[in-house]
Design a protein around this ligand. Structure first.
Ligand SMILES: [Fe+2]
Ligand SMILES: [Fe+2]
Length: 283
């Protein structure tokens, strides 16, 4: 690790996304799912912070702060541009900017002939990363997400770091169902805090349930890749999870060095946004 801040072990938040891609390569190699050993020291430290500090109480605090959505008012395209001002230590010559990742994802969905709400979901799915611009640390913005208030699944990457999580000592939080009813539905489950959960609350009045599930659960790899936590889900969650799985390859496997022509694509996406969203929404 170079001169990274103790709270910011990743060179950029994109380093987490890149590591997810390393774990789930397009060409499936059998042991890669469990290949944590080759994670960089920064990624490892990132997960240590994430898994020890994301507690049930921590998420309640973040919800109280961000769910009233009093940070600012702005339009969706404005949020895309705002996210793109995120400056970190990543190398601009080799790494995609945030806007390029969003456009590559959306364009791949569009090329495959999917509905317009699906394309828009692709464009928007990472806008919750603006939490970084509100001063939130990396481990509270990105990373695989997981339920709190019940047992940590062994299917979560670097699950061993949960040993140091205060919730691991809690008598109820480490039972199988914890504070939840069996099959009670993900809607009622407190997920670890980050860009997924935050954005879901920002856009929940504007997109169809399938798009909202893609946004809310796209980093819930333990569930959508490993089938964990099925016992918390209801029938609707299981059918929505199919859409989350349909979305995931567009997020992971569309990163290309061929950069999208942002200026040429802007009018199309502004029109698409206007179809679903008012001029400004509360963030
Ligand atoms: Fe994401
Ligand atoms: Fe993404």
């Amino acid at each position: 690790m170079k001169d990274r801040k103790p709270d910011a072990p990743l060179e950029s938040i994109g380093e987490w996304d890149d590591d997810v891609l390393r774990r789930y390569p397009a060409e499936k190699k059998a042991q890669d799912f469990r290949d944590y050993e080759h994670a960089s020291p920064g990624v490892r430290e990132f997960y240590r912070l994430n898994h020890t500090r994301q507690t049930y109480a921590f998420v309640q605090e973040k919800r109280a702060r961000f769910l009233p959505r009093q940070q600012r008012k702005m339009g969706v395209w404005q949020a895309v541009e705002f996210l793109n001002t995120l400056v970190d230590q990543s190398d601009p010559d080799t790494e995609l900017s945030q806007i390029e990742h969003l456009l590559q994802t959306a364009e791949a969905i569009r090329r495959d002939g999917h509905p317009r709400w699906f394309i828009l979901t692709g464009l928007m799915h990472d806008l919750g990363k603006i939490l970084c611009l509100f001063g939130e640390p990396q481990w509270a913005v990105v990373g695989d997400t997981f339920p709190l208030g019940c047992q940590f699944s062994a299917d979560i990457v670097f699950a061993e770091f949960f040993a140091e999580n205060p919730d691991a000592q809690h008598p109820v939080y480490q039972t199988k169902y914890g504070v939840y009813a069996p099959g009670g539905g993900l809607e009622n489950v407190c997920m670890s805090w980050g860009h997924d959960e935050y954005l879901y609350h920002v856009v929940r009045d504007f997109l169809p349930a399938e798009g909202l599930a893609m946004i809310r659960y796209h980093s819930f790899y333990a569930a959508h890749r490993h089938g964990a936590y099925d016992y918390l889900m209801n029938a609707e969650d299981r059918s929505l999870l199919r859409w989350v799985r349909a979305f995931n390859p567009y997020d992971l496997y569309t990163k290309s060095s061929q950069r999208p022509d942002i200026a040429a694509l802007t009018p199309y996406y502004q029109e698409l946004i206007a179809e679903f969203f008012p001029d400004e929404i509360a963030w």
